[in-house]
Design a protein around this ligand. Structure first.
Ligand SMILES: O=C(CO)[C@H](O)[C@H](O)COP(=O)(O)O
Length: 262
């Protein structure tokens, strides 16, 4: 039952639901990847089916594409879209300047391409993703499988002298095999604990041969919608400086979950 969702899932849901208010008829939309983004896709699907909302969407992963189609959302490629009005995505961490760590779901490359091909990027997240300084979440780096061990060594050497606290680099694996991204690449997780200079780190990492992209999103995100388990949602816009708070009432008779979460 929807009401039995954990506080974190409720927080993700209300953030996604609130972000739907930013979506206008006729928009070309980038759709993120992950559990928060999945709530968004479900909410948008309900608007498409129930309210006749017309949108075209570019998903950032095969997973999101499958769900979007299942929800009745028109899926197009980034080539077909050309440019996007808005991308809404989750994040693993965000700081006060709305710099992000992304890639927990191994979709960072497509997520960064889609976000930067958009007029505006909005992050939806539960409040646990908010940090003072990025780095507690291991930083994902997508690398080419060929010579990945050499790339790992080069990354470890590159980290020496940079403003980070940890330097452990680990190949992401599942069931004993390397995790593959949608592009067939591997992911290295950098356990840095604290990232002193995200902009510098992002630039330096992308110069290592074999690195395709890193999960630091610096100066890409425009606004964040932060959900709380009690139904509160804060929206913060970096450019306007505006901050607003709304609240969803989980116990209301016209329960906002409807049958989305069942
Ligand atoms: O970057 C991502 C996927 O590559 C996700 O946005 C990030 O991992 C957050 O996921 P979730 O919403 O499940 O917490």
């Amino acid at each position: 039952m929807a009401k039995d969702l954990s506080p974190v899932e409720k927080a993700k849901f209300v953030a996604a639901k609130q972000a739907c208010a930013m979506v206008q008829d006729g928009m070309k939309l980038g759709l993120g990847t992950g559990s928060t983004a999945e709530w968004l896709v479900r909410c948008l699907g309900e608007m498409v089916r129930g309210e006749g909302l017309r949108i075209q969407a570019v998903p950032t992963s095969a997973r999101t594409a499958d769900l979007a189609r299942e929800q009745g959302i028109e899926v197009i490629s980034l080539e077909e879209a050309g440019w996007l009005d808005l991308t809404i995505d989750g994040a693993d961490e965000f700081d006060g300047d709305l710099n992000l760590i992304k890639g927990g779901g191994a979709a960072l490359l497509h997520e960064k391409i889609v976000a930067t091909a958009s007029d505006r990027m909005v992050v939806i997240a539960d409040a646990t993703k908010q940090v003072e300084t990025l780095g507690a979440f291991p930083l994902p780096v997508e690398v080419i499988p060929f010579g990945w061990q050499a790339t790992k060594v080069l990354i470890e050497e590159t980290l020496v002298g940079l403003d980070v606290l940890g330097r452990e680099v680990a190949l992401r694996e599942k069931d004993g095999a390397p995790v593959r991204t949608d592009e067939g690449n591997f992911v290295l997780d950098l356990h840095l604990k604290r990232i002193g200079n995200a902009r510098q780190l992002g630039l330096v990492l992308n110069q290592v041969p074999g690195v395709v992209e890193n999960g630091l999103f610096v100066d890409i995100c425009d606004a964040v919608v932060i959900g709380h388990g009690d139904g509160r949602v804060e929206t913060r816009d970096l450019h306007s400086g505006e901050a607003e708070e709304t609240r969803f009432d989980f116990l209301a008779p016209d329960n906002i979950f409807n049958d989305i979460a069942d």
